[in-house]
Design a protein around this ligand. Structure first.
Ligand SMILES: CC(C)(COP(=O)(O)OP(=O)(O)OC[C@H]1O[C@@H](n2cnc3c(N)ncnc32)[C@H](O)[C@@H]1OP(=O)(O)O)[C@@H](O)C(=O)NCCC(=O)NCCS
Length: 184
């Protein structure tokens, strides 16, 4: 299924393509990137390719999946952002969309994760048929928790164990997001 292209001031967000394989490998082979993701970085380009194939399968199967983030200035693939449909039940949710992001380490600290997430939330409110957006992050992943909680205004519904560590389960409704945008 056709995926959108979103533009922010500094980023282009588009469907993930097989030509992003080197970027995905650079992203997912870095142990620092995987510090709060279960410490299991990939070690072959084939794994990066398999990941892209799995995302593209989600586009077809569910109409949605993570999107590539391109830094406009350099044209570089800097990571991914956007939504994933979860089909395993969690906190009473059965089919839920989570928002997430994962960036190459050299692009951290520039506000890119937040910038991409705002564009994705705005897209969701207008175009996705879900009243609620969820997110998950290890409780000690301070950068991610700050974005989800403070910057996006997501509420913690509780804590569950993921990859052997405590993780927050966050939620925001479309109405809450719109109110937040409207009151800025
Ligand atoms: C999490 C991640 C996406 C953040 O990307 P980013 O572009 O650097 O994030 P942003 O710059 O938009 O915002 C991060 C905020 O957290 C703050 N922050 C960063 N590291 C922090 C830390 N260790 N402790 C506390 N705050 C931290 C930043 O200062 C910034 O807040 P500010 O704008 O008020 O200064 C990036 O670090 C990453 O890809 N990590 C690996 C994958 C990952 O953990 N993904 C999230 C899984 S839930």
């Amino acid at each position: 299924m056709q995926q959108p292209t979103l533009e922010t001031a500094r980023l282009r967000i588009r469907e993930m393509q097989l030509t992003d394989v080197d970027g995905v490998y650079a992203l997912d082979s870095n142990p620092n990137v995987h510090r709060y993701l279960g410490n299991n970085p990939i070690s072959s380009i084939e794994k990066a390719e398999q990941y892209i194939v799995s995302v593209r399968k989600q586009y077809e199967e569910f109409g949605i999946g993570r999107w590539a983030v391109i830094e406009k200035e350099s044209g570089e693939f800097i990571g991914w952002t956007g939504f994933k449909l979860n089909t395993e039940p969690l906190f009473g949710h059965h089919h839920f969309l989570d928002i997430g992001y994962r960036l190459r380490e050299e692009f951290w600290g520039k506000g890119y994760a937040h910038e991409s997430a705002v564009a994705c939330m705005n897209y969701a409110v207008e175009h996705l048929d879900f009243e609620i957006i969820n997110a998950m992050a290890m409780t000690n992943n301070e950068a991610s928790v700050k974005i989800l909680n403070e910057k996006l205004g997501m509420r913690e519904l509780g804590i569950f164990e993921g990859h052997g560590a405590p993780c927050y389960f966050f939620e925001i409704t479309k109405a809450e997001w719109l109110a937040r945008m409207y009151n800025k």
